[in-house]
Design a protein around this ligand. Structure first.
Ligand SMILES: [Fe+2]
Length: 305
C-alpha cells in the first residue's frame, strides 16, 4: 500500500491523469489538482470548511434552472469570468472591448424590425432610443449581422426573473440584424443599476462578506458577424453610482456611454416622442477572426452531456 505525505499525494494525483488522451484536458486537470492541493495546504483547510465548501457548491448547482445560472454568477463575482475574458482578449487592436456574458442570456432572441419597442409592457420607465452600428476595424460597415440585446427593467430585474415571463414572454430582449450601412436601432426604457440575485448561495455570500451586490446600469450586446470574433459586451450608462464598484468587475472605460437627455418631439427615426427621452449612441468595432458565440442556456441543456 502506498503511503503518501502531503506533497507526494499531489504528485500521485497529477500522475494519475498521465494517460488522458486529450493533451489539453490532461494539462487542465493536472494544473487544477496542483492549484486545489496548494490551496488546501496554504489554508490548513479544516474538515468543517471542506464540508461547507461542498455544501455551498451543491446549493449553487441546485439553484440552477434553464433560466437561472448560479454558477456563472459565482464565476462573475469571484472575478473568474473577467479573468477568462482578459486572457482571451489580450490584444484588441482597436476592436470594441469585451466584458462578461452574465447569467441572464437565457435563450434565442427573437428578431425584431429596426425601431421596435422592446419594452412594450413597461409603463414606468423613461423612454430610451438606442442607435448603433457595427463596423470592422477600419470603420467599414458590417451588413446583415445579428445583434442580440438584453437589459434589466427599471425595477432592476430581467424578464426571466419575473412571474410575467410566462405571460408576456421575453421583454427588454431582442435580436436586430444590421442594415446595409451596419446600423440598427430600437426603442426601450432606460435601465437602472440592479443587484445580482441575493436569494441564492452566491448572493448570500456577497451579503455575508459585506460586499454590495450592485451592478451599474447597462445594456448587453452580443454582436456575431461571420468572419469576426463574436463580440460579447455591455454599454454602461455614464454617471451611474456603481460604475466604479461593479460586483462582477465588468466595467471598462471604453464601454461607458454618455446617454443624452432629449426633449425633441421626434426620435431619430422620425416617430413622435410622447415625453422627454434618452438617447444612447454606440458603435461596435469587430476584430477579424472566428470562434463560437456562447449558446443560450436552454440550448445547452438540451444537448447530451
Ligand atoms: Fe446585466
Amino acid at each position: 500500500m502506498p503511503q503518501f505525505n502531503e506533497n507526494d499525494l499531489t504528485a500521485a494525483v497529477v500522475k494519475s491523469f498521465e494517460s488522458t488522451p486529450n493533451p489539453r484536458a490532461k494539462f487542465l486537470l493536472q494544473e487544477l489538482v496542483k492549484s486545489l492541493h496548494d490551496y488546501v495546504r496554504r489554508t490548513d483547510l479544516t474538515f468543517e470548511e471542506w464540508e461547507y465548501a461542498i455544501e455551498f457548491l451543491t446549493r449553487t448547482g441546485q439553484k440552477c434552472t434553464p433560466i437561472r445560472q448560479e454558477f456563472i454568477l459565482l464565476s462573475d463575482v469571484l472575478g473568474v469570468s473577467m479573468l477568462v475574458d482578459a486572457v482571451n482578449h489580450r490584444e484588441r487592436e482597436g476592436a470594441t472591448q469585451t466584458t462578461v456574458l452574465g447569467p441572464f442570456y437565457v435563450g434565442e432572441h427573437k428578431q425584431m424590425p429596426h425601431g421596435s419597442d422592446i419594452s412594450p409592457h413597461n409603463v414606468t420607465g423613461e423612454k430610451m432610443f438606442v442607435q448603433s452600428r457595427a463596423t470592422d476595424l477600419a470603420g467599414k460597415p458590417l451588413a446583415g449581422v445579428p445583434v442580440d440585446v438584453w437589459h434589466a427593467d427599471d425595477d432592476g430585474l430581467y424578464d426571466s426573473q419575473k412571474p410575467s415571463y410566462a405571460t408576456h414572454g421575453p421583454t427588454a430582449r431582442a435580436r436586430f440584424v444590421t442594415d446595409g450601412d451596419g446600423r440598427f436601432f430600437f426603442r426601450t426604457i432606460l435601465p437602472c443599476s440592479y443587484p445580482i440575485p441575493t436569494d441564492g448561495p452566491v448572493g448570500e455570500m456577497i451579503v455575508q462578506t459585506r460586499r454590495h451586490p450592485m451592478r451599474p446600469a447597462h445594456v448587453h450586446f452580443l454582436v456575431n458577424a461571420k468572419g469576426y470574433e463574436p463580440l460579447i459586451t455591455h454599454v454602461f450608462i455614464d454617471g451611474d453610482k456603481y460604475i466604479d464598484s461593479d460586483v462582477v468587475f465588468g466595467v471598462k472605460d471604453e464601454l461607458i456611454a454618455k446617454v443624452e437627455e432629449r426633449s425633441d418631439p421626434k426620435m431619430p427615426d422620425g416617430k413622435e416622442a410622447s415625453a422627454p427621452w434618452h438617447l444612447m449612441t454606440y458603435e461596435f468595432r469587430l476584430k477579424p477572426g472566428g470562434g463560437m458565440a456562447p449558446k443560450p442556456m436552454a440550448a445547452r441543456e438540451s444537448e447530451p452531456a
